[in-house]
Design a protein around this ligand. Structure first.
Ligand SMILES: [Zn+2]
Length: 269
């Protein structure tokens, strides 16, 4: 009697557990059921959910130094652990001599992305840049942000005119790089630059020194540029800055150059 009674209880218990399980299983399969925190029962989900997991890993694990390229295959890293500083939009008679002096004091080479019109106005500054052992980069004739969308013939005319002005200022100067204004690289502009012997040069770090938010003081601007470069620069980075009409950028580099030199090898590209 006792045995059969306990057997009954066991059976009842088993039955209750099974009903419970069946209820859970059906709840899990019901589309309207709230998602259960444990996704163990959702058979079709795990493969789909797991798939993207290993994919982002290489992207996040890969350090900046190994990221292959920027827009349209442009270069965004130095290819080594060294960091490269680039100064755009000049030459500027007020700012370029200042950054050249700072770079010389810090025994540092950089890359200058020159605007043809400014080259024509200040050829002596191009010669000064070359004499300092820095690298030259073509930044279009008049900083045309939409050049990449124009015909290959128009692109070629613009880049060739800019190179001719640079070479008129500094004969035999090597112009290794091209940087599209705004970083607006297109396959078309990259192809023409390559035809003319120039590698398209993007960047990894943009401290937005060109941006002047309303109400930002000069001191705040300098502090922002310094903080962004210090925070975002890693081995292999190409850093974008401007030597044209950006006095606070130049002032920021008084702090940044010694800071960067302590941590990285700085190279002209
Ligand atoms: Zn520019």
């Amino acid at each position: 009697m006792r045995l059969s009674r306990s057997k009954k209880l066991v059976l009842l218990g088993v039955a209750l557990v099974m009903v419970g399980l069946a209820g859970r299983a059906s709840a899990d399969e019901t589309p309207s059921a709230a998602p259960s925190p444990a996704p163990s029962s959702a058979a079709p989900l795990p493969p789909a959910a797991k798939k993207p997991k290993p994919k982002p890993k290489p992207a996040t694990v890969k350090p900046a130094a190994h990221k292959p390229s920027g827009p349209a295959g442009s270069r965004m890293t130095t290819g080594s652990k060294a960091v490269a500083l680039t100064f755009d939009d000049g030459p500027d008679p007020a700012q370029t001599p200042k950054i050249l002096k700072l770079l010389a004091q810090n025994h540092t080479k950089a890359t200058f992305c020159l605007v043809g019109k400014n080259v024509q106005k200040h050829p002596e500054l191009v010669r000064k840049i070359v004499a300092g052992g820095h690298t030259l980069c073509n930044h279009t004739w008049s900083h045309d942000l939409k050049l990449g969308k124009k015909s290959p013939a128009k692109i070629k005319a613009d880049l060739a005119r800019t190179n001719a002005a640079i070479r008129k200022a500094a004969p035999n100067a090597k112009i290794k790089y091209f940087r599209a204004p705004g970083g607006n690289f297109t396959p078309g502009v990259v192809a023409v630059a390559k035809q003319l012997g120039m590698t398209s040069l993007y960047w990894r770090v943009d401290p937005r020194d060109w941006d002047h938010p309303k109400g930002e003081t000069h001191a705040q601007h300098r502090a922002r540029v310094i903080a962004r470069v210090e925070r975002n620069t890693h081995a292999g980075a190409i850093v974008l800055s401007h030597d044209y009409a950006q006095p606070d950028t130049i002032a920021a580099y008084r702090t940044l150059l010694p800071w960067l030199r302590k941590r990285y090898k700085l190279v002209g590209l």
